[in-house]
Write a protein that binds this ligand. Structure first.
Ligand SMILES: C[S@@+](CC[C@H](N)C(=O)[O-])C[C@H]1O[C@@H](n2cnc3c(N)ncnc32)[C@H](O)[C@@H]1O
Length: 256
């Protein structure tokens, strides 16, 4: 008989298999089924039991998309049939991860769940560039925003006036497509175009790249070098302190 149905929403971190919690590893090793996002490190999936069913629910470009309702169905179906399911999500499951919809589905089916937090891309990018996202005397507020909005063409429907005047570190997830529209919206609403801005692509992965610039030129700089997702845009007072040379230098295995 299979174990009691249970779904764990587990944070897989930003792509470095070492940036996961011990609890995440335990959940993975105990899972009968793992339903995972795109860009999950293979080394992490290798932690699952040899007989675990591994389902790739990632939405890779050019591949058939598993829709959200199919993912919800998979979680419920596999939990009922196999017991322990791990829903492995990039970064932290609760940040731009459609976690709320999956919790609603699982709860609606009467299945219990837990959440294992993960290292979100914003903190991974801050670590890689040597900045503190909050800093006494500089900024005591951190805003995580989405740079794109699947309900609309172009950039997200955000309160751009508020973002422009906020004395905060701003971190935009999914900014690549609308990068110049985002920076223009901020400066049009009064944010200083000379403010330092950073784009971190693939933070914490072997493919990491950091592009530094100002709010008014970061879009063009990223276009020049062809920055692609996954990437983050960071803007704010503490971004000035970024130790970018450290970030762009890749440590050798012996140094790491
Ligand atoms: C759907 S959101 C998921 C965010 C995730 N739940 C988290 O906490 O990091 C995907 C976006 O996260 C950002 N992202 C994820 N991993 C990243 C990484 N290693 N480096 C930079 N940005 C990353 C990118 O903006 C990407 O488009």
């Amino acid at each position: 008989m299979s174990a009691r149905p249970f779904v764990s929403f587990v944070g897989a971190g930003p792509g470095d298999p070492e940036l996961v919690t011990l609890k995440a590893l335990r959940r993975l090793r105990e899972a009968a089924v793992v339903v995972h996002d795109r860009l999950i490190p293979a080394a992490l999936l290798a932690e699952a039991a040899p007989d675990a069913e591994i389902i790739d629910a990632g939405k890779a470009p050019g591949r058939r998309c598993i829709g959200q309702s199919e993912i919800n169905w998979l979680l419920i179906d596999r939990a009922r049939r196999r017991g322990r399911v791990v829903r492995l999500k990039g970064g932290d499951p609760s940040i731009f991860g459609r976690l709320a919809e999956e919790i609603e589905a699982v709860l609606g089916a009467g299945i219990q769940f837990d959440i294992v937090p993960g290292v979100t891309a914003a903190t991974a990018a801050a670590a890689q560039t040597g900045i503190s996202l909050t800093a006494r005397g500089h900024t005591s507020m951190l805003i995580l925003a989405t740079g794109s909005d699947h309900h609309a063409d172009g950039i997200a429907a955000l309160d751009w006036a508020l973002l422009a005047r906020a004395e905060a570190t701003l971190v935009f997830y999914m900014p690549v497509q609308g990068l110049e529209a985002i920076t223009t919206a901020l400066t049009a609403m009064g944010r200083d175009g000379r403010e330092r801005a950073l784009v971190v692509e693939g933070a914490g992965t072997a493919d990491e790249r950091v592009v530094a610039g100002r709010l008014d030129d970061i879009g063009a700089r990223c276009r020049e070098v062809g920055v692609a997702a996954p990437a983050l845009l960071l803007v704010g007072p503490t971004v000035d302190t970024a130790a970018v040379p450290v970030a762009v230098r890749h440590l050798t295995a012996a140094e790491a």
